[in-house]
Design a protein around this ligand. Sequence first.
Ligand code: PLP
Length: 374
Amino acid sequence: MQGYFDYNATTPLHPAARDAWLIASERHWHNASSLYREAATVKHLLDTARERLGEMLGSEPERIVFTSGATESNNAVVHLFAAKEGAVLSSSVEHPSLRTPLQRTLDHRVRFIRACSDTSLDREHFHQQVTEHNPVLVTIMAANNESGTLHPWQEAAKYCKERGVPFHCDASQWIGKMPAQALGQCDYVTGSGHKFGGPKGVGFLVMRDEQEALGFINGGPQEEGRRAGTENYPAIEAMITALEAVTQDLEITTAHQLKYRDAFAKNICREIAGVRLIGGDVARLWNTIMLVLPDHDNRKWLARLSQSGFAISTGSACSAGRDGSSIVLQALGASAEEMQRVIRISSGWETSESDWLALEIALLQVSKSFALKE
Ligand code: PLP
């Protein structure tokens, strides 16, 4: 997809996912809960899809509940712990789909773990907070949607397990881009189909045990009584097919994409005076660059790039278009003015070196056009 650099917001449907969706919709559209042969086939295909996903995540398939996406999965986790007394620890850079329900539902029981100035999780603060508060839940995302910074979720999951503290990981940006096999070690894992080439409106939650229900979507006995509502088998099939497709050559993709991305960042930082790369010194997703530009409102940059055929964003898609505020920059204590100058560039599996070069040229042209007007 030439010119599209907003993969962290959403991805185009993978061709393999489209084919899977069409076949499932044409042949297996029946209700999995009905009692005739065709319905039993859909039920069987759903179970197989769950097994394939379980295999990729290193989780027992029975722990997986299909949902409408990461927002529902994150809300479900908050809901599960709302009635339990005690503190909940969360990183300070979680997506609003987790942060907002945490604050609305648990309010003063939520404690935030600090981010370091390089955007990584402050490990010392994390250890200290777990010891001090003995929380009922710890929730730390795997990879940040704005900066791409990777968080030490494996280490955190192990630390929590040793202390008997349930651990949730929002892995929406990690899954499909990074090896996912160890995620099953977490008690709860959130994933979203449209972040890795699947359709929108479908995702999953890996749960701690095989009987636990989401609790806030009640009705029919679907998903073994754990989440009511007719299963969207075509979307589930397409999501899992997409994940299988994008993770097939992940090592090669990672090596190529890192090379293109880092060359782009180096050139931009050299050519545009005063640009700042956020999280440049820490491990990040291979596809993400968060930049603070030297001047002009980020929406002006976006509009000019859009005119040239390039789609990028201001931080998170969830805040873009409103006040453009960045949760990551907020956590780092940036000023409101600085937050108006942030942009996020996020590539995809098929982004080529020439796509990156074209974006570089376009960004430099926009920068020059601003300079000429001054
Ligand atoms: N969590 C993270 C880290 C995300 O990046 C997003 C989407 O931007 C979400 C949750 C919400 O995902 P969904 O659109 O599937 O509800």
